[in-house]
Design a protein around this ligand. Structure first.
Ligand code: PBG
Length: 349
C-alpha cells in the first residue's frame, strides 16, 4: 500500500510542531481564584488544595504582587466571613471580606481585573446558596428578621427547600456591594433562575451600568467541588445542591440555561466544572459569541496535585495538557488554581 498522507512529517521537529500548533494557552486566558478570610494575619493553607490558602486582606499584597509580576490579568474572589446567618447577610456587608479585598487590590494593582463571585453559600449558616424555606418563627435569628424579604415561606414547598425568588434580591444586594467596592466584574454562581436579570437590574439601579456579569450559566451539581467546600467552609448542613445545580447528565438543558443567561443580559458565560464537561464548553462555543469561561474546579486541581505529589504524574505536563484541552474545547478564559504555576510555565516555555 502506498501511504500518501503522512501527518508525522509535520511533527519531526519542535519548530515544525510550533508552526502547526492550533491552540495556544496564554497567560491572558487565566483567572486565579482567591479565598478571602475575615480577620488579620490569616494565612490558612487548604489541606486538599496544596499551594492554596485562605488569606486575610492584610495578607494579600504578596499574592497580588506575584500575580501582577506573572501578568495574570484577573482574580476571582470568594469570601469567608467570621459570622454566618440564615440569610447570608455578610454577603452584602460593605466591610465584609470581599468588598475589603476588592478595595485593597484595586488600590495596590489598579490594572488587576477583580471578579467577585456572587453567592450566599459561604455566608449562610446552613451552607445553601439561597434562602431556605422556613417560617419566621423557626428562624433563630431575630436580629436579621426585619431584613429578610417578605416572602420567606412558600407553603407549596417543603421546609428546607432553597427558595428561588426571595434569594434574587439578596444576590442583587451582594453584587451591588461588590460593584460599589470597585469590582470589575460580578459572577453569580448560585444557580437561581433569573439571577442574571435580577443582578443586572440591581446594578443598573445602583449606577453600575458598566459592570459586566460573568454568568455561571451551566453549573453542575458536581463531586469535584469537594475541596472548595473545605476551603470556603460552605458545605451544606443538610441535603445537597441537586435541586438547584444541574444534573451532570444533561447537555441540552445546559444549553437552555446558557440561553436564559444570555437573554437576561450576561456579558460572559461560564461552564463549570471544566474537565468533565468539555462537550458542553464546545457546544456553547459553537452557539454563542459571548466570551466563554470555564472553571477548572477544586477537585480537578486536587486530583492533579495528589497524583503529582505521589510521583504518579508529571505535574507540569498533566496540568498544562488539562488546561490546553479546556481551551481547545472552546473556552476563552480559564478559572484555575493553577493560574500562577501555568503563567510561570508559559513564561518559561
Ligand atoms: C458556590 C461555588 C462553588 C464553587 C464556586 N462557587 C461550590 C459549590 O457550588 O458548592 C466551586 C469551585 C471549586 O470547586 O473550585 N458559590
Amino acid at each position: 500500500m502506498e501511504i500518501i498522507q503522512r501527518p508525522r512529517r509535520l511533527r519531526r521537529s519542535s519548530t515544525l510542531r510550533r508552526m502547526v500548533r492550533e491552540t495556544v494557552l496564554r497567560t491572558d486566558d487565566l483567572i486565579a481564584p482567591l479565598f478571602i478570610a475575615e480577620g488579620r494575619g490569616v494565612v490558612r493553607p487548604i489541606g486538599s488544595m496544596p499551594g492554596q490558602a485562605q488569606l486575610s486582606v492584610d495578607q494579600l499584597d504578596r499574592e497580588i504582587d506575584e500575580l501582577i509580576e506573572l501578568r495574570v490579568p484577573a482574580v476571582l474572589l470568594f469570601g469567608i466571613p467570621a459570622h454566618k446567618d440564615a440569610n447570608g447577610s455578610a454577603a452584602w456587608d460593605p466591610d465584609g471580606p470581599v468588598p475589603s479585598a476588592i478595595r485593597a487590590i484595586k488600590q495596590r494593582a489598579p490594572d488587576m481585573a477583580v471578579i467577585a463571585d456572587v453567592c450566599l453559600c459561604e455566608y449562610t449558616d446552613h451552607g445553601h446558596c439561597g434562602l431556605v424555606n422556613t417560617r419566621f418563627d423557626d428562624l433563630n435569628v431575630p436580629t436579621v428578621r426585619g431584613d429578610l424579604p417578605e416572602q420567606i415561606f412558600e407553603p407549596t414547598e417543603p421546609e428546607g427547600y432553597v427558595l428561588n425568588d426571595p434569594t434574587l434580591e439578596l444576590l442583587a444586594r451582594a453584587a451591588a456591594a461588590y460593584a460599589d467596592a470597585g469590582a470589575d466584574i460580578v459572577a453569580p454562581s448560585a444557580m437561581m433562575d433569573g439571577q442574571v436579570a435580577a443582578i443586572r437590574a440591581g446594578l443598573d439601579r445602583g449606577g453600575h451600568i458598566s459592570v459586566p456579569i460573568m454568568a455561571y450559566a451551566a453549573k453542575f451539581a458536581s463531586a469535584f467541588y469537594g475541596p472548595f467546600r473545605e476551603a470556603a467552609e460552605s458545605t451544606p448542613q443538610f441535603g445537597d445542591r441537586r435541586a438547584y445545580q444541574m444534573d451532570p447528565a444533561n447537555g441540552r438543558e445546559a444549553l437552555r440555561e446558557v440561553a436564559l443567561d444570555a437573554a437576561e443580559g450576561a456579558d460572559m458565560l461560564m461552564v463549570k466544572p471544566a474537565g468533565a464537561y468539555l462537550d458542553i464548553i464546545h457546544a456553547v462555543r459553537e452557539r454563542y459569541d459571548l466570551p466563554l469561561a470555564a472553571y477548572q474546579v477544586s477537585g480537578e486541581y486536587a486530583m492533579l496535585k495528589a497524583a503529582a505529589q505521589n510521583g504518579w504524574l508529571d505535574e507540569r505536563r498533566a496540568a498544562m495538557e488539562s488546561l490546553l484541552g479546556i481551551k481547545r474545547a472552546g473556552a476563552d478564559l480559564i478559572i484555575t488554581y493553577y493560574a500562577k504555576q501555568a503563567a510561570r510555565w508559559i513564561a518559561e516555555a
